[in-house]
Design a protein around this ligand. Structure first.
Ligand SMILES: Nc1ncnc2c1ncn2[C@@H]1O[C@H](COP(=O)(O)OP(=O)(O)OP(=O)(O)O)[C@@H](O)[C@H]1O
Length: 766
């Protein structure tokens, strides 16, 4: 851990030879050279398993060598090289200037715009534009494989738009991550020279920028799965592009399965659910885009769909591996950062770390040591990017670097795919990430937990790819080449390792059963059973696994099913207003209460003011109420100061306020009066929350431990909980966290008798 970094390191940092990176005499005196250069111009292609089959081939055919692709090469087309597939069925040799709904010119004006237009022309994919469009025109499904940086994500939607292939509907481009969806939409809007939200828009959970003019919509895979609930044939879209499909997120897999069904219905007029019945005149095109070689599987799934391959990236990335494995990756990352800072030409640095804790502690260390560097060095400006951080904070990474400064971005894998962070020239890859794992059997009750693990080859390639977006780049991998060679090609699909509760609820509203869906990989029966049990416990499913009226309402809330259930239950208890206050905060991307280890006593003192004897949920409510009072009477500055003094994250309050507004809209839609308040009736509030968290509950045992009511696991109350020092007969909790023990977080006390009132518990007992 960086906390253990010895002060001496700073002296070593000043002496670059410590790192052994510099050639020359000093290197011999220093530690063994830690880096081995494995890259050449084609390095990324090689790591991708892409070998030059015949270097003399004028078409420059690079064929994937893995996964038995050779045998099936007939189905691969190369699009990026001259002389190949320049079919021009509609005579469109050059991109058409396409005005749609008067949304403005597609070719930007001015010098910046000219530079952008030139940059677009230079992307490897630009050479294959016509052939690509022709293939998409001819085929219902196209699998597009392209190296990172070839231009897939930004260009393909624009080509489709400009070609007129999506005349009858929008083009959806799905992304696994919010930050990618929003930043790509902004970039493509700039390339089209239109304001964001007009011709080009985006939709992510709790945030949308689009209008009736929108033709290209970047959206998270979760958002399009939600759209299915109101528009099961996705009739607003002519083309759905599934980007980063190789990541195999749970929602991408559900989307891929549904697209197959939808296409059958929409493109086949004789299908009873198709053109005739739905009256749809726009067939659906599907484009699956991926940066790895796992394309055969997608192709097989879509009846041997054609695989197209775009070779090349715009700028080379030089890759160094460590000569020895590094036990302490944060320390190694810090040393590598300062080595770059002291030795290498200007250029920003992006460091990939597994999670928030590592990011925050490394940021502190870098900030601390940067202050001690000689004044003639560039200033170091650190910023962070991780999923739990508020959107606007993450977006700070995209701001231009001030003069005489080197920006250092510390990020999780949310910065790994699709995005271009301007200024990044160096990438430091620790080789670690956090992955959600569903511990179905371990706990008996089953829960998702985040485990730190080694990344995959595909992640390593994507991470390196972030360095070569605007010019030549360098990637320092804090693991050996052997370790790289031993990595799995890509991650296990999420559907095989994550909780299925929310997905099964969504599918039920579509009248679908997960077990019957034609999926690329089938989840294990334990996980399905555990999700069905949770939904039954929430009252979302009846004894025959049919969706109940309450379940239908729950599915409409963009919330975890547990919190959606609490909102629906609040109607009966007359406390919807308070429950909305609590679940909005719990659904925000960052924590409300800030913990600063160096100020532990001050933090505890401030927290005491809000502490409620029932535990963490009502403590949150107290903080919301106090903030609301301050907000009503004080100016912005005073509000901020109040939050700082009380170690509360004001951004969480602001985000929660927006979330709450959206939840109120859903409440109105389903006939729940969001203004009904329980005032001081705290029992009602906790019972409403209890309905949602009944499956996350534990009873006190004679030995003072808590045992899950729905499993055999012994859970400990997390030290950060307001119930940490107190024993109560029964608890409910928001989540379990697995470190050296299983901890319950977000804990409240609830009367044991409450469980007797739940019909699910009664039935279980019987
Ligand atoms: N926000 C941006 N600012 C500046 N340049 C950008 C931006 N987004 C994209 N680009 C440029 O466009 C190029 C292609 O980006 P694009 O995202 O389309 O590539 P890709 O093939 O989809 O790669 P990946 O899978 O890594 O996202 C980048 O390498 C970069 O040069």
């Amino acid at each position: 851990m960086p906390a253990a970094i010895h002060p001496k390191v700073i002296q070593k940092v000043r002496d670059p030879s410590y790192f052994g990176l510099k050639s020359g005499k000093t290197q011999k005196q220093a530690k063994p050279t830690p880096w081995v250069d494995v890259s050449d111009d084609d390095s990324l292609g090689k790591q991708n398993g892409l070998k030059r089959k015949n270097p003399n081939n004028m078409n420059g055919h690079h064929e994937p060598s893995a996964n038995g692709h050779k045998k099936k090469k007939r189905r691969h087309s190369l699009l990026s090289d001259d002389g190949l597939q320049h079919n021009d069925a509609n005579g469109a040799g050059q991109p058409k200037k396409h005005r749609i709904n008067g949304a403005g010119p597609s070719t930007p004006q001015g010098s910046k715009a000219k530079a952008i237009a030139e940059q677009r022309q230079q992307l490897p994919i630009a050479k294959g534009r016509d052939a690509l469009i022709e293939e998409i025109r001819k085929n219902d499904v196209t699998i597009l494989l392209g190296e990172t940086g070839s231009g897939k994500t930004t260009q393909v939607p624009q080509y489709i738009l400009e070609s007129g292939l999506a005349k009858n509907g929008m083009i959806a481009v799905t992304q696994p991550r919010k930050v990618a969806a929003t930043s790509l939409a902004a970039r493509v809007a700039t390339e089209q020279n239109v304001p964001l939200g007009s011709l080009v828009g985006y939709a992510v959970r709790f945030d949308e920028k689009s209008s009736p003019e929108t033709r290209i919509k970047y959206l998270t895979d979760g958002m399009i799965v939600r759209e299915l609930m109101s528009d099961p044939l996705l009739s607003n879209y002519s083309v759905v592009i599934v980007d980063e499909a190789h990541e195999r997120t749970l929602r991408t897999d559900l989307l891929i399965a549904n697209l197959k069904k939808i296409q059958k219905a929409r493109n086949n007029p004789s299908d009873p659910k198709g053109k005739g019945k739905a009256g749809l005149t726009n067939p659906l095109k599907i484009v699956i885009m991926s940066a790895t070689l796992d394309a055969e599987k997608f192709s097989r799934f879509y009846h041997n769909a054609k695989i197209l391959y775009v070779k090349g990236r715009q700028h080379p990335v030089k890759i160094y591996h460590c000569a020895e494995s590094q036990l302490d990756y944060t320390d190694a990352a810090m040393r590598t950062f300062f080595q770059i800072h002291t030795d290498q030409p200007p250029g920003d640095v992006l460091i990939f770390l597994p999670g928030q804790e590592d990011i925050e502690s490394l940021q502190k260390s870098i900030d601390l040591y940067a202050k001690q560097l000689p004044a003639d060095k560039l200033e170091v400006l650190t910023c962070t990017m991780f999923a739990a951080q508020e959107h606007s904070q993450n977006n700070k990474a995209f701001l231009p670097t001030p003069p005489k400064t080197r920006k250092c971005i510390l990020a999780t894998n949310i910065a790994e795919t699709s995005i271009t962070i301007p200024g990044i020239k160096y990438v430091i890859d620790t080789g670690k990430c956090k992955e959600k794992q569903y511990l179905a059997r371990v706990s008996g009750g089953g829960f998702d937990t985040l485990l730190t693990r080694d990344i995959t080859k595909s992640s390593a390639m994507q991470r390196a790819g972030r360095a070569g977006r605007e010019g030549k780049g360098v990637c320092f991998r804090l693991y050996t080449e052997d370790a790289f060679n031993g990595m799995a090609l890509s991650a296990e699909p999420e559907i095989l390792r994550c909780s299925l509760t929310a997905s099964i609820l969504n599918l039920k509203t579509l009248g679908q059963n997960l077990e019957e869906l034609d999926l690329m990989d089938k989840p294990d029966s334990d996980s399905i059973a555990s999700a069905l049990k949770t939904l039954w416990l929430l009252g979302a499913l009846d004894n025959h696994q049919k969706l109940t009226p309450d379940g239908r309402q729950m599915a409409l809330f963009p919330l975890e099913p547990q919190y959606a259930c609490a909102v629906v239950a609040s109607k009966g208890y007359g406390c919807t207003s308070e429950v909305l206050d609590i679940v909005s905060v719990l659904s925000a991307s960052s924590k409300l209460f800030i913990d600063i280890s160096e100020q532990r006593d001050a933090v505890a003192e401030a927290r005491r003011k809000f502490r409620h004897s029932y535990g963490d949920h009502l403590t949150v409510l107290n903080a919301v109420r106090a903030y609301r009072e301050i907000a009503a009477s004080e100016n912005k500055h005073a509000r901020r100061e109040w939050c700082r003094k009380h170690f509360l994250n004001e951004r969480t309050f602001l985000e929660a306020r927006d979330i709450r507004e959206q939840l109120v809209v859903t409440c109105n839609r389903v006939g729940i009066d969001a203004t009904v308040s329980a005032k001081e009736d705290e029992d009602s509030i906790i019972k409403s929350i209890g309905h949602g968290l009944a499956g996350n509950s534990a009873f006190l045992q004679p030995d003072g431990s808590y045992k899950q009511t729905m499993g055999q696991t012994i859970v400990k109350v997390h030290p950060g909980s307001s119930l940490c020092d107190k024993k109560v007969p029964a608890i409910i909790y928001d989540e379990l966290m697995y470190t050296n023990q299983i901890y319950a977080r977000g804990v409240s006390s609830i009367p044991k008798s409450f469980f007797l009132s739940l019909s699910a518990f009664k039935q279980r007992k019987a």
